[in-house]
Design a protein around this ligand. Structure first.
Ligand SMILES: Nc1ncnc2c1ncn2[C@@H]1O[C@H](COP(=O)(O)OP(=O)(O)OP(=O)(O)O)[C@@H](O)[C@H]1O
Ligand SMILES: [Mg+2]
Length: 234
């Protein structure tokens, strides 16, 4: 699904530079992996790269292969500034659960969750109420995001990321603002997708207990003067 080699993303400024360095990273279709690392170690930075949202500063190789024979050279697409192609690949194949939610305030929860299907011109039928039921937000569907609790908003954002049944789900701290019971339900929804549809799933998580036993990738940090270098790979 993803193959990265010698990829780097650097943030400079404020006297505290940060560099994410990926010597080599491969994620196969149907694989589930948890990103582990302390706060500020680059988990969200890596997810942004995988989601084709953030441009790597350098990449010897970066291939995204969402289906048979449909591999895309993401390194080249970024170099050529092919933003439309990148955003089409993202919209069709990737469900991204952002750490900060990102629901549209002027749409109801139902409309927010159904949005990816609408944008792709696909009818959603039962997917919205089904996901809402599983995530315990059925009663919130006709409210606006501002009328929801933080944890309910997070669950709505999760439903929205999954509704078009993407090949890849990237989840940034999906259980951060919910109680343990809802955290377990969220994790179960993600695990079911892996099991039933072979969805490739990457979860950044602080909830070490919830994700114990799952395959993980750890970020290693090293200090080089004012620069923090984080590296991750497999
Ligand atoms: N847009 C940005 N501009 C400058 N620095 C940034 C930017 N985004 C992130 N950083 C820095 O990059 C480093 C990694 O950030 P990142 O958000 O990837 O960490 P994280 O592992 O997701 O942390 P957390 O667990 O707190 O979510 C941090 O030191 C952060 O300050
Ligand atoms: Mg983060």
């Amino acid at each position: 699904m993803f193959a990265l080699r010698e990829l780097c993303r650097r943030y400079s400024g404020g006297g505290a530079d940060f560099e994410l360095w990926v010597p080599a990273l491969t994620l196969k279709a149907g694989e589930l992996v948890v990103l582990k690392g302390v706060s500020g170690s680059g988990k969200s930075t890596l997810l942004d790269i995988l989601a084709l949202v953030s441009r790597p500063d350098r990449a010897a190789y970066f291939r995204f292969t969402p289906g048979p024979g449909r591999g895309a050279d993401a390194a080249q697409l970024w170099r050529d500034g092919q933003l439309d192609t990148l955003s089409r690949l993202r919209g069709e194949h990737i469900g991204y659960i952002l750490q900060t939610g990102g629901l549209l305030p002027f749409l109801t929860v139902r409309e927010n969750i159904g949005l990816p299907c609408r944008l792709l011109g696909r009818p959603q039928f039962r997917a919205v109420p089904e996901l809402a039921e599983r995530l315990g937000i059925s009663r919130q569907l006709d409210k606006f995001p501002a009328q929801l609790s933080v944890g309910e908003r997070q669950r709505a954002a999760i439903a929205r990321a999954l509704v078009h049944r993407p090949n890849v789900v990237l989840a940034d701290e999906p259980t951060a603002s919910v109680d343990p019971l809802n955290a377990a339900a969220i994790l179960q929804v993600l695990l079911d997708l892996v099991e039933r549809f072979g969805t490739t799933t990457v979860i950044a998580s602080h909830d070490w207990q919830g994700v114990a036993g799952l395959q993980s990738l750890e970020f290693r940090l090293e200090r080089d003067g004012p620069l923090i270098r984080a590296s991750v790979g497999n």
